[in-house]
Design a protein around this ligand. Structure first.
Ligand code: F6P
Length: 357
């Protein structure tokens, strides 16, 4: 068995830990001689980029390394591949040819919804492929947790800790815009861990008047400073999501800007000085936390086990403590928002966190 592996879309802490686990399980348990690393995501299967032979030796000391040693891109969908004139063309046949040239029997895709969708389409064209759920956003359907998410939450929670002391010193409101696209998992978990006074999620459109009234009430009751964690996809009731840059062709729009808007409206509506911090890609960088290192290792092991059992067109997914392959068509074509009755939302409400509704 000659296995290829690639990392697609935005990076997330834990990618290298999955690569390490795939290589170790493939070589040690199944005796497959090596794993072929495909550089730069699906681009490396369209363009003649030099593959990287991965062995237990070349993948040493990877469990705690952030980023991806294979590099990645979110601009290389083989089904709508960018052309020099700014258009798109279908290069998916080239991927199958390239897989054959490289002697690949199967491919492991470490990806989020975009890459998993591509993996599913390639599987339908005959490629043997297994996905692992990567994204800091935790928004992939069918799995309880994606790797990278808990590391982003840890980084964001640490930022909230720091912002509390400066906000308290100045009696200010500080709004912290966090990543997560259309799902509020990062804002919710980081907000809880970092003791945010308010958490605004895409899933709960906020009422600005209500929000200002709640913050004024806090000030009256002796807390003139407030920390508000805002998911980048959060929006006012009846309003729209803030977009920094429109998507092009198959590519997602870039979200952002809601933090600054909320800070300005809060300053106007409460007369309290307000500031905004946009945490940005800090949330994606750096070493994975131990929870992600372990989860990434389990996903890497499970991906190889699934291939050894003859599985394809599936995602290895965490469902109540166990990791099992599930069909990719149950995963792609949608995302996983925070359910409004999720226990974390309930806990936030019960400890008095302002949710803006
Ligand atoms: O999906 C992960 C994520 O970090 C989102 O939270 C964010 O909206 C987006 O990627 C940013 O992507 P880019 O790599 O294009 O800046």
């Amino acid at each position: 068995m000659r296995l290829g592996i690639l990392t697609g879309g935005g990076d997330a802490p834990g990618l290298n830990a999955v690569i390490r686990a795939v290589v170790r399980n493939a070589t040690r348990t199944y005796g497959w001689p090596s794993v072929v690393g495909i550089p730069e995501g699906f681009k490396g299967l369209v363009e003649p980029l030099e593959p990287i032979e991965l062995t237990p030796d070349t993948t040493r000391n990877l469990i705690n390394r952030g980023g991806t040693i294979l590099h990645t891109t979110n601009r290389a969908n083989p089904f709508q591949y960018p052309t020099p004139d700014g258009g798109y063309e279908d290069r998916s046949d080239r991927v199958l040819e390239r897989a054959e040239e490289l002697g690949l029997d199967a491919l492991v895709v470490l990806g989020g919804d975009g890459s998993l969708n591509i993996a599913h389409e390639l599987a339908q064209k005959g490629l043997t492929v297994v996905g692992t759920p990567k994204t800091i956003d935790n928004d992939i359907r069918g799995t309880d947790l994606t790797f990278g998410h808990m590391s982003a939450v840890a980084t964001a929670a640490e930022a909230l800790d720091r912002l509390h002391t400066t906000a308290e010193s100045h009696h200010r409101i500080i709004v912290v815009e966090l990543m997560g696209r259309y799902a509020g998992w990062i804002a919710l978990r980081a907000g809880l861990a970092g003791a945010a006074d308010g958490i605004l999620l895409p899933e709960i459109p906020f009422d600005l008047n209500r929000l200002c009234a709640d913050i004024r009430a806090r000030a009256r009751e002796g807390s003139p400073s407030s920390i508000i964690a805002v998911g980048e996809g959060a929006l006012p009731a009846g309003g729209a999501i803030s977009i920094q840059a429109q998507g092009s062709g198959v590519y997602q729009p870039q979200l952002g800007g809601i933090g600054a808007q909320v800070a300005q409206k809060l300053q106007e509506g409460t007369n309290l000085e307000s500031r905004v911090t946009v945490l940005g890609h800090v949330q994606r960088g750096g070493a994975p936390v131990p929870h992600d290192r372990i989860l990434a290792t389990q996903y890497g092991v499970a991906a190889v086990d699934a291939l050894a059992q003859g599985k394809s067109d599936c995602l290895v997914a965490l469902q109540r403590e166990t990791i099992e392959p599930i069909p990719l068509d149950q995963v792609v074509g949608g995302f996983r928002p925070v359910p409004l009755d999720h226990p974390l939302v309930d806990s936030a409400r019960k400890i008095g966190v302002i949710l803006g509704d």
